[in-house]
Ligand binder design. Structure first.
Ligand SMILES: Nc1ncnc2c1ncn2[C@@H]1O[C@H](COP(=O)(O)OP(=O)(O)OP(=O)(O)O)[C@@H](O)[C@H]1O
Ligand SMILES: [Mg+2]
Ligand SMILES: [Zn+2]
Length: 338
């Protein structure tokens, strides 16, 4: 069995997530994976950053906008487009949508619920997960792009663990919100109908379709689908990145627990920034390597049932397509690390 099969790269995953503690190399691994899939598998790949502090543009050393931007310098059949989600803009859009829920096109009734609307908006704005909710909303849009065949794979470069895990709990959160909004919308319609029945000069058009309600019902269905996709190991894989250090390992273990809770399959562990063997000539580096050996044993103990990949520390930052390709070769190719 070749490494590609072992890693499930050839399994046809559509959604790949990279998560882990701050600074361990999530963005680097996401970029490398996207590049590998495009260059070696001929896939059309979208790599999405959901981290408010973006760095995909640093990895690829190129400007990346809030809409899919083609990455230059990718060889072969496939392509890589990259996008950095603007959480603030998405939050605004999401709040607009919520506002729609409370507003009927004509005929009043809003006034009765205006207080509730303001309250809800304030609550939403200040709730800690609002940027994740908005990002997830955008994420659903991107998922449709694979359904429509525009992309074969979407690689998600996520924010440091805490944020990401909240992001992944979004289907649950949004599901609750949407259900609540559906209920409110229905109440609002009843109020409107009632008003129309008692106010003689108001038109009463009971058959009028409620577009907003339809949109909400659709969203509810979509969220259910997303939950299914995220827990489907043939479509989705979450890959945990860590450095051979106690804190990073600890955080990855916590993440794994949460991912298990949401039934999101984890297939790979990337241990990044390992001291290369050639550093053994120096006392300092040799001491570090010995410490790292112990950490690697820990990693084997905790994550032994996953594919564990080691990526050495490079003498310089991983910046630009050529360096990203080097990381990809170590992660997925035949080249052996260090
Ligand atoms: N194997 C490596 N060797 C040397 N430098 C590396 C390696 N992997 C990543 N880096 C560098 O380390 C820094 C952090 O990497 P990266 O941005 O991928 O981490 P991250 O987990 O996405 O960080 P953040 O939590 O801030 O999003 C970058 O400057 C990157 O170029
Ligand atoms: Mg990053
Ligand atoms: Zn040294």
């Amino acid at each position: 069995m070749g490494i590609k099969e072992r890693l499930g790269i050839a399994k046809g995953h559509q959604y790949l997530f990279f998560g882990g503690k701050g600074g361990v190399g999530k963005t680097t691994c996401a970029a490398a994976t996207a590049l590998w899939l495009a260059e070696e598998e001929g896939k059309n790949v979208l790599v999405v950053s959901t981290d408010p502090a973006h760095s995909l543009s640093d990895s690829f050393d190129q400007d990346i906008g809030p809409e899919p931007t083609p990455i230059e310098g990718i060889k072969g059949e496939g392509k890589v487009d990259a996008v950095e989600i603007d959480p603030e803009k998405e939050t605004e859009k999401y709040l607009e949508m919520i506002k729609d829920v409370y507003e009927m096109q004509e005929g009043g009734g809003e006034d009765l619920l205006l207080g509730e609307l303001e309250e809800q908006k304030e609550l939403l704005k200040s709730s800690p997960g609002i940027d994740e909710v908005a990002a997830f909303h955008k994420f659903m849009e991107f998922m449709e792009l694979t359904e429509s065949g525009e992309y074969d794979v979407i690689v998600f470069d996520t924010a440091p663990t805490g944020h990401t895990l909240r992001f992944l709990s979004m289907p649950e959160v949004i599901d609750k919100q949407v259900k609540h909004m559906i209920k409110l919308r229905k109440t609002l319609r009843q109020v409107q109908k009632f008003l129309r029945s008692i106010v003689p000069f108001m038109s009463s058009d009971d058959t009028e379709e409620d577009e907003v309600l339809e949109r909400l019902e659709m969203m509810k269905k979509q969220i259910e689908e997303i939950r299914e996709i995220l827990s489907d190991a043939s479509k989705t894989a979450f890959r945990l990145v860590m450095t051979p250090e106690e804190m990073a390992i600890y955080e990855a273990r916590r993440a794994l627990k949460t991912l298990n809770h949401y039934e999101i399959p984890v297939d790979m562990i990337v241990v990044n920034k390992i001291m290369p063997k050639m550093a053994d000539a120096c006392d300092f580096c040799r001491a570090r390597r010995e410490m790292e050996e112990k950490r690697l044993e820990l990693i084997e103990k905790y994550f032994g049932d996953k594919e564990i990949i080691q990526v050495p520390m490079f003498p310089e930052e991983v910046r630009g397509v050529d360096k990203v390709r080097k990381v990809a070769e170590i992660m997925y190719g035949e080249a052996s690390p260090a």
